[in-house]
Design a protein around this ligand. Structure first.
Ligand SMILES: Cc1cc2nc3c(=O)[nH]c(=O)nc-3n(C[C@H](O)[C@H](O)[C@H](O)COP(=O)(O)O)c2cc1C
Length: 251
């Protein structure tokens, strides 16, 4: 138990990797661990695309906004919400699948994310480094083409995997009381927000972040630079179109 706690509390995202490969046996073991995780109704409505091929990685690179890890990590894993396989099985067995709706997308996306995180923990327990790529949902329409995902399948997250070539400082976290509510949700007062974000805002790396981005508060770095409304709305429209095209919008 202590080992698991140490592992979870000491982890950090790894964005630089050695060129050493991740051998097949180890990767298969990680995938087996991921697939033993909880899944809605034991339907396993997700798929994992393993990319090792340099040519495919190069095609994925711009779709992940040229984040170096995509070509530098030996393995790229794309976790997909997938009702295609399960629905095909239903049809073969005289059962009518009713999964062409948004709820089913959420079900499958939740399954995919739980499998992804289980794989990440297993990878870190083996000394490997991982980095999630949020760009997957921004560019899902193009990733679908590169990975040849059929209707009923939507990529929801990507994980880069390899042997660490860095040991970055751990990032900060909000205090536990910021995120945990006992029995019912306790909404935040302005004074409470001030208190909970004081530590984050007081860090020297936060001050540097604000300076580098020419902003006056840390929150502005998020709203005006990193996760802007216009971008969010544009990517959101694209994602809704993807869900429609892939058959998850009640058609
Ligand atoms: C869903 C998700 C998407 C992420 N997307 C990216 C990404 O596109 N690029 C990146 O460098 N890190 C990405 N990260 C990693 C986070 O930046 C990182 O987890 C966070 O800064 C905390 O750092 P830590 O994991 O080292 O504690 C992502 C993490 C999650 C959970």
């Amino acid at each position: 138990m202590d080992n698991i706690r140490d592992l979870l509390l000491n982890r950090r995202t790894i964005r630089k990797y050695l060129s050493d490969p991740v051998d097949d046996e180890l990767l298969t073991g990680l995938l087996e661990s991921a697939c033993r995780t909880s899944t809605t109704g034991n339907m396993q409505v997700y798929s994992i695309i393993v990319t090792r091929d340099e040519i495919i990685k190069k095609e994925l690179l711009p779709l992940h906004f040229n984040q170096n890890m995509v070509t530098e990590a030996p393995v790229i894993l794309t976790f997909c919400a997938d009702f295609n396989r399960f629905s095909k099985w239903c049809r073969l067995r005289d059962a009518e699948p009713g999964y062409d709706n948004f709820l089913s997308f959420m079900t499958a996306a939740i399954d995919a994310l739980i499998a992804a995180q289980t794989l990440c923990i297993a990878a870190e327990a083996n000394g490997l480094g991982i980095c999630y790529l949020g760009t997957t949902t921004y560019m899902a329409h193009k990733i679908i083409d590169v990975l040849q995902l059929p209707k009923g399948v939507v990529p929801v997250t990507t994980v880069t995997l390899g042997w660490p070539a860095e040991k970055p400082e751990q990032t900060d976290r909000l205090p536990l009381e910021a995120v945990v509510h006992h029995e019912v949700y306790r909404d935040y007062t302005d004074a409470g927000i001030e208190e909970l974000y004081r530590g984050k805002e007081g860090r020297t790396d936060s001050a540097q972040f604000i300076r580098e981005n020419n902003k006056t508060t840390l929150a502005q770095v998020f709203t005006d630079v990193r996760y802007k409304k216009d971008d969010n709305v544009a990517f959101s429209k694209m994602l809704l179109r993807v869900l429609n095209d892939q058959g998850f919008m009640n058609q």
